[in-house]
Design a protein. Sequence first.
Length: 425
Amino acid sequence: MSGFYKKSLDERLALIKEFAGLEEKEIADLKKYGAMDFEIADRMVENIVGTQQLPLGIATNFVINGKEYIVPMSMEEPSVVAAASKGASIAKITGGFKAESTPPVMIGQIQLLKVKDWGKAEVAIGKAGRTLVDSANEADPVLVKFGGGAKKIETSVIETERGKMLIVHLLVDVRDAMGANAVNTMCEKIAPRLEEISGGESRLKIISNLAIYRTVKATAVFTKKALEESFKKGDLKGEEIIEHILDAYHFAANNIFRACTHNKGIMNGIDAVAIATGQDFRALEAGAHAFASMKGKYTTLTRYYKDKEGNLIGEIELPMAVGLVGGAVKTSPIAGIAVKMLGIKTAEELGQVIACVGLSQNFAAMRALSTEGIQKGHMRLHAKNIAVMAGAKGKEIDRIAAKMAEEKNIRVDRAKELLKESEDK
Ligand code: NAD
């Protein structure tokens, strides 16, 4: 495989065909490109042999700060798009979601080692703050032109098993960018000067994904009446549903095993919009989970409580490093179309939509989990995947999925039986 990156697509495919024992049909599938052809993909990442394709669905009913959105979501899991839309339809009754953002300020970190006098170095860096900020800005005049750029320097000394370290934070307003490249470049630019000032040695120069200065807060009101009516022939009154949801929330808020899955449900929505719009979803994941542990224990990214009328208020707050310039947003054709479908003009607005989808997703999961359970809806939608796993094709997929749902027995062995029965006929 040496020099794989230098080989043509056909040469690469021939090599992996032999190495992994792929069949002609599998190579033909790899050659099926969608909107992103080989040339685009080859410019985005290394050693390309194909493109992975995920379904792109649209979540409906989203009203955020009074504006209606259709929300593109891309992912492999059934029932996520339906759940996000369901949550949004209940929030819509009271006017939808309200969201607000802090300015798009990211943190770059520079690690300084072997400093002789830690206290003096901190003071000296503080004094040179303005010139360091100006120097960082020389690295990105475009960002400065758009009103962004480095704004501030902060320092701290940490004790580690390998001795003290001086950590410099460079705060950068990245405007409509996710900001990692912009911030990393600035950190590398000022590192030599920081070495001179501190007398130390700089090592890591890298953005932090824990974007505590760049957060979105969103809220929605879910009424008793709307919750009650959201079940066709619900046995529970609206008040009871809200009590159940609050029990579920307090379980998650106080138990790390549950909090982890609670937040996974939030990220179902967040990642799906992030993937559809070409965002760095790992950055969002890392930031979200670190933020969830900021208060000394890992807890939920959402919060639920009752208002004076006894309706349910849902809130979410999390870091939101998303961009509309840079990254894959401009290179991936589908990401560009997804952004257009959203009708958003700024990264801030995109972040607000993403946070609201996270809240809606979480609310819908809590509503189902604390009442009928999620498997009923989930398995009905998952039945088609099970039918495919069993080998069904074309119309057989829907027929077998419907039959299994009717029998309330959605399992691969049953799908295989049904498939065999129809083949034997
Ligand atoms: P980028 O460098 O491609 O684009 C940002 C640049 O675009 C800015 O520096 C600026 O010069 C220019 N620009 C033009 N118009 C602008 C506007 N209106 N607002 C802001 N900037 C504007 O992208 P980036 O956002 O700096 O970096 C994102 C990429 O970095 C992602 O692909 C991410 O995956 C990757 N990355 C992430 C990490 C991490 O998260 N830890 C680390 C390294 C790289």
